[in-house]
Design a protein around this ligand. Structure first.
Ligand SMILES: CC(C)(COP(=O)(O)OP(=O)(O)OC[C@H]1O[C@@H](n2cnc3c(N)ncnc32)[C@H](O)[C@@H]1OP(=O)(O)O)[C@@H](O)C(=O)NCCC(=O)NCCS
Length: 236
């Protein structure tokens, strides 16, 4: 697939040279946004490449542009397209959308029976997923595989997830069930009609779910200045 001189393809072993830049960018982007993210090691990225379960975007001269990989859970009943990342200088030109299209078709090819899901804190990814036919679901509709949820332990919001009995957290869950799904035109239209509401929901979740943890911060700081709501909402 070609996107303004950007090549989007299944990653090959030679792409393992990009593993550190990919994990560094995942961590840097999460820190910049002030959102949680499950941490990934370069070795994990390399394993995904070796397994043929990763999609990479690069320029024709070999500059890394973006990445995403497949994970399977509950003995292949569920597939997640995780770790989506686009290099900051290449954002907002449709690269993430093309990567997600490619990884989604790779997932459908490799695991035609599996339910494909994703967790996200961002509106851009909600939009991309809606274009592919995903619909928002509750966490109870996702894999209950302990190994999947253990991956959240390295996320800064893990305390919130556990305090809510794994029913809700900062991320919105979206799912494509091959046996029972809307058509992409329908989910796309649903998103477009409700985009403002989704945006408000993401903000409301941040406010509602983070509030009790702000009190915790205060006690942890031994009475020091607590982090303000503005800090969490706007990273001030
Ligand atoms: C989220 C991310 C992958 C998007 O990459 P991108 O290449 O800029 O996305 P695209 O250009 O393909 O945009 C896809 C759609 O989302 C929209 N979009 C992009 N960024 C957006 C934002 N911040 N808010 C709302 N919509 C946004 C685009 O307008 C586009 O919509 P369109 O199809 O109507 O034009 C990128 O910003 C990134 O790497 N962020 C840090 C890591 C991250 O958050 N990963 C997701 C983990 S779930």
């Amino acid at each position: 697939m070609d996107n303004h001189q950007i090549i989007i393809r299944v990653a090959t072993p030679a792409d393992k040279s990009y593993s550190a830049i990919i994990t560094d960018e995942i961590a840097a982007s999460a820190a910049a946004r002030g959102t949680g993210i499950a941490k990934r090691s370069p070795e994990y990225i390399e394993q995904k490449i070796d397994e043929g379960k990763a999609v990479i975007a690069v320029t024709q001269d070999g500059t890394w542009v973006g990445f995403c990989y497949i994970e399977t859970w509950s003995h292949g009943e569920y597939v997640a397209n995780s770790g989506l990342i686009v290099s900051p200088s290449f954002r907002k030109s449709g690269v993430a959308k093309s990567i997600k299209q490619k990884i989604f078709s790779l997932s459908r090819e490799k695991y035609p029976e599996a339910k494909v899901f994703g967790l996200t804190t961002g509106l851009a990814v909600m939009k991309i997923n809606s274009d592919l036919g995903y619909e928002p679901v509750t966490y109870s509709e996702l894999t209950q595989d302990e190994a999947f949820w253990a991956g959240c332990k390295s996320c800064v919001n893990y305390d919130i997830l556990m305090s809510k009995d794994r029913k809700i957290c900062m991320c919105t869950a979206m799912l494509y069930d091959p046996k029972d799904h809307y058509e992409p035109e329908e989910t796309k239209e649903y998103f477009n009609q409700n985009a403002k509401g989704f945006e408000r929901l993401l903000r409301f979740k941040q406010w509602k779910l983070l509030r009790p943890f702000m009190k915790k911060d205060k006690s942890k700081n031994n009475g020091g200045k607590p982090k303000s709501l503005l800090h969490y909402l706007f990273h001030l």
